[in-house]
Design a protein around this ligand. Structure first.
Ligand SMILES: Cc1ncc(COP(=O)(O)O)c(C=O)c1O
Length: 400
């Protein structure tokens, strides 16, 4: 038997994918499963974006292009970063990859050496620690609290910094908590990073999905020094309902971009060419579909919160999410009680029981480093959401 390398053996499989697979199995068996586990918009990719891909195929744009991305797309990304985020990059500082996930991997691989520490505020998106480990780095978790709205304070960050700290992975709006840092909070975090020379991987994939009326603020825009220290990651997956197309990008200092372009040319090479044309249409085209999608998510979030706020007596609570399309439902109030004779003691067990007993798929918080909660996505039809929340309430009411 071939032995798996040490680096790869250290990587945990994606638990979120395992749960959606189980939910799909039940669905295929004819069960009516309500899926709160989804991490993607349930909207179609806007028609003008699909047309741009078709047009690229019709024109025969089916060959290799520059490994770092089409010059026209990198220019569009620069325009977007300038106009929407106040960030001035040249196309040579932008690298287009196979989804923001790939951009994150590239950023960590380019910067982190064996034994370097990477600070990750917790709860975190489950891919971050696995990417860090696969690049030889050491994840260092900073536990945020519900009281702070799941936001890391500058003092917490500072006390996690050691001589080995290389990077902070910063994600606002956040998956899984929906937390959105304010500009003032971001400036305070940036001040600590600047003081200690900590590189920031700023994952801005949910930037358009903010429901408070505030505009997203990129940590790279704090100061020229901060821009130099930051690798901005973004993409089209969540904003334009393009999860399956696989296109993300990053922007950073010239030397890092050059290094990433070089190793990407030896690994995946360019993102498929038609998707790159579709991404140009997404970034430069009509933004109305995005606004409509955001409005729909906002309404669902209101609905979800208003239902959940009635669940306090059932031992369930939440912290109001301001962005992305997730809410952490705090279930530890049920721990110690029993459901059909089973003593409840973990988020995994509750997720499992909800799926098998109530046909409701959720993601256990333990996947994100927080065993006191389960994550509910509201990227599903409003009627399904209501029915699913009813089933969760029934489950909680049946505990003794
Ligand atoms: C926080 C966060 N960053 C990045 C990604 C990856 O996005 P993409 O589909 O573009 O790889 C996700 C997807 O779930 C995410 O939740």
């Amino acid at each position: 038997m071939i032995k798996v390398s040490r680096k790869v053996a250290a990587i945990a499989p994606s638990m979120t994918l395992a749960i959606s697979a189980k939910a799909n199995e039940l669905k295929a068996a004819g069960e009516k499963v309500i899926n709160f586990g989804v991490g993607e918009p349930d909207f179609d990719t806007p028609a003008h974006i699909v047309e741009a891909a078709k047009d690229a195929l019709d024109k025969g744009y089916t060959k290799y292009v520059a490994a770092a991305g089409l010059p026209a797309l990198r220019k569009s990304v620069c325009r977007k970063l300038k106009e929407e985020n106040g960030l001035d990059y040249s196309p040579s500082q932008v690298i287009v990859s196979n989804g923001a996930k790939h951009s994150i991997f590239n950023a960590v691989f380019a910067v982190v050496d064996d034994g370097d520490e990477v600070i990750i505020p917790s709860p975190y998106w489950l891919t971050y620690p696995e990417v860090v480990k696969s690049c030889g780095g050491v994840p260092v978790f900073v536990e945020t609290t519900r009281e702070s709205g799941y936001k890391m304070t500058p003092a917490q960050l500072e006390s996690a910094i050691t001589p080995k700290t290389k990077m902070l992975i910063f994600n606002t709006p956040s998956n899984p908590t929906g937390a959105v840092y304010s500009e003032a909070e971001i400036r305070a975090i940036a001040a600590v990073c600047e003081k200690h020379g900590v590189v920031v991987l700023s994952d801005e994939i949910y930037e358009k999905l903010i429901y408070t009326g505030e505009k997203h603020f990129s940590i790279a825009s704090v100061s020229p020094a901060m821009k130099e220290l930051t690798i901005v990651v973004n993409g089209v997956s969540k904003s334009y309902a393009m999860t399956g197309w696989r296109l993300g990008y990053l922007a950073c200092a010239e030397n890092i971009a050059k290094a990433i372009a070089s190793f990407q040319s030896h690994s995946t090479s360019n993102v498929n060419t038609m998707t790159q044309y579709a991404a140009i249409a997404a970034l430069d085209g009509d933004q109305k579909p995005v606004e409509e999608m955001v409005a729909a998510f906002k309404a669902r979030r209101e609905e979800m919160i208003s239902v959940l706020s009635g669940y306090k007596d059932l031992g369930l609570s939440y912290v109001r999410p301001d962005g992305a399309f997730y809410v952490m439902l705090i279930v530890c109030g049920l721990y110690g009680k029993t459901y059909k004779g089973v003593k409840l003691e973990s988020s995994m067990q509750i997720a499992d029981l909800l799926l098998t007993e109530k046909k409701v798929a959720v993601t256990p918080g333990v996947c994100f480093g927080d065993d006191s909660a389960i994550r509910l996505s509201y990227a599903l039809a409003p009627e399904e959401m209501k029915e699913g929340l009813k089933r969760i309430a029934e489950f909680a009411a049946e505990t003794v």
